[in-house]
Design a protein around this ligand. Structure first.
Ligand code: XUL
Length: 511
């Protein structure tokens, strides 16, 4: 009988899940979530990101993430659970963001974080196109970079972000002793030392060789001088990297439990949706919308749209990421003063295919396809047509997911839907119809936090097979099945072609 804590530091907030493992039984013993903007207003973030005059810049304060961790550990300590049973903690964090440290000192009664850069660029940043081109050129082109690291150069990836920092603030770069990912930064705080990164999150940097799971020297050289000495070690995802430091034990009365390497939110969600075998994909409808699945071989995206990351199982995962996810749905909902029920009603009242009314929903610069300058485009769609705009945004998102996930080579018959908007069955019906696939929901909405807790369990128990780790908890709800409607699927087959025709005419699209 043991407890495992999974933490998920996402774009907009921090979630904790405590998993109770008793023989074959896995139950959720405690769950809590905090929203950065509301819980820690002094940092001045909006949706977890600092306001910026430049739409291509997206940064967040690392100390906010650290303070949120403190608040959340306090909540866990007061949960009423018998925490002497807490065996291990692991975590998940938004991918790609980087934290620049001049020093970190965690003593028994104090924790001092010295930053060489006050802000951390996050995954929504798209300001590094120049650096992407420079890195790609230096290693022999985007195809070479993708073959080694799993992705062509992407603006939000950590390597281009590090290069930009080195170029813009060389002195601060020199003063940086360690560059962490959000995941390894928070893990460092927990162990009171220098935490490694895992291959799941390491593959979101354009710096790690997928095959050897070590830093790839040509990419390091192309990024910034002296980078190897500034990067954490890379260790397998199931590594116990230390014990909870005495600082946190004293501060919150927690035990000296094991700390397991943290990973990115998408690799953690892979586990939290039970995708430990190839063939099924999950769609996460969160701040970013993502479509992903496990891969036994690293089949890198030929057309440069998606990524191959390391999977916490030791294999690989394919993923395509869309930036205009929940915030785009919210923009339409808010524009028409709707509640989420009104939003669902609007979907129910409008016909599949939207009578040809369609949208390219690039409220913010888009990752897939690559759109550097934001701009929403409407076709046959009146800007004041509330229900029409609701259907248009959801259909556009699902059609883009179908089109840009083809590279993964999976015949998609079943989709596991997760993330906040997966609670909305009207949205899932559009998903089922566009893909012609069965769609299932999950009991635990935050599959990244659940995945982190399951990873803590797996690393602590060592001998338990992944299928047994996820059985009975990271499983879809059978009765939640949303079936595709054949006639609608046919309508959408034509819409996929229409959207493909529309996309290249957007002048700001560079892909
Ligand atoms: C993944 C990505 C996003 C973030 C969101 O490549 O950019 O999904 O991980 O937290």
């Amino acid at each position: 009988m043991a407890l495992y804590l999974g933490l998920d530091s996402s774009t907009q907030g921090l979630t904790a899940i405590v998993l109770d493992v008793n023989g074959d039984r896995r139950t959720i013993a405690f769950q809590s979530a905090l929203h950065f903007d509301e819980a820690l207003p002094k940092y001045g973030t909006r949706h977890g990101v600092l306001p910026s005059g430049d739409p291509s810049v997206a940064q967040a304060p690392p100390l906010m993430w650290a303070e949120a961790l403190d608040v959340m550990l306090g909540r866990v300590a007061k949960s009423g659970l018998d925490l002497s049973r807490l065996a291990a903690i692991s975590g998940s964090a938004q991918q790609h963001g980087s934290v620049y440290l001049a020093g970190l000192e965690v003593r028994d009664s104090s924790c001092e974080v010295r930053l060489s850069r006050e802000v951390a660029p996050v995954w929504m940043d798209s300001s590094t196109s120049v650096e992407c081109a420079e890195i790609a050129a230096a290693v022999g082109g985007d195809e070479v970079l993708a073959a080694h690291t799993g992705s062509r150069a992407f603006e939000r990836f950590t390597g281009p972000q590090i290069r930009q920092f080195f170029k813009q603030s060389p002195n601060h770069y020199i003063a940086t002793s360690r560059i962490h990912l959000v995941s390894s930064f928070l893990a460092s705080l927990l162990i009171g030392g220098d935490a490694p990164v895992d291959p799941g999150d390491g593959s979101g940097m354009n710096l790690m060789d997928l095959e050897t799971r070590a830093w790839w020297p040509p990419a390091l050289d192309a990024t910034a001088p002296g980078l190897a000495a500034r990067l954490p070690a890379i260790v397998p995802s199931d590594t116990v990297i230390g014990a909870l430091s005495p600082y946190w034990q004293h501060r919150h009365g927690l035990p000296a439990c094991r700390i397991v390497a943290w990973s990115g939110d998408n690799p953690c969600s892979l586990i939290g949706t039970g995708l430990v075998r190839e063939g099924i994909v999950a769609i996460s409808l969160g701040t970013s919308d993502t479509i992903f699945g496990l891969m036994t071989e690293p089949r890198v995206s030929r057309n440069g749209v998606g990524h191959v990351f390391g999977s916490p199982t030791g294999e690989f995962m394919g993923i395509t990421v869309f930036r205009n996810g929940s915030l785009a749905r919210e923009r339409i909902r808010d524009q028409f003063g709707m509640s989420w029920s009104d939003f669902s009603r609007a979907l129910a009242e409008t016909p599949p295919g939207n009578q040809g009314k369609t949208m390219l929903p690039w409220f913010e610069p888009e990752i897939t396809p690559r759109v550097l300058v934001a701009g929403v485009q409407r076709f046959k769609l009146d800007v004041d047509d509330g229900p029409g705009n609701v259907r248009a945004v959801v259909e556009a998102q699902m059609l883009a997911m179908k089109r840009y996930s083809a590279w993964m080579g999976v015949d998609i018959r079943t989709i596991y839907a997760t993330g906040g908007a997966s609670a909305n069955r009207a949205i899932l019906q559009v998903m089922a119809d566009v893909f012609g696939a069965d769609v299932y929901q999950f009991v635990v909405g935050n599959t990244a936090a659940l995945g982190a807790a399951l990873r803590a369990f797996h690393a602590d128990a060592k001998t338990v097979a992944w299928e047994d780790v996820v059985r009975g908890i990271a499983e879809p709800v059978a009765s939640s099945l949303v079936r595709p409607i054949a006639a609608n699927h046919e309508i959408y087959a034509a819409s996929v072609r229409l959207q493909a025709d529309l996309t290249p005419i957007n002048k700001s699209t560079t892909s």
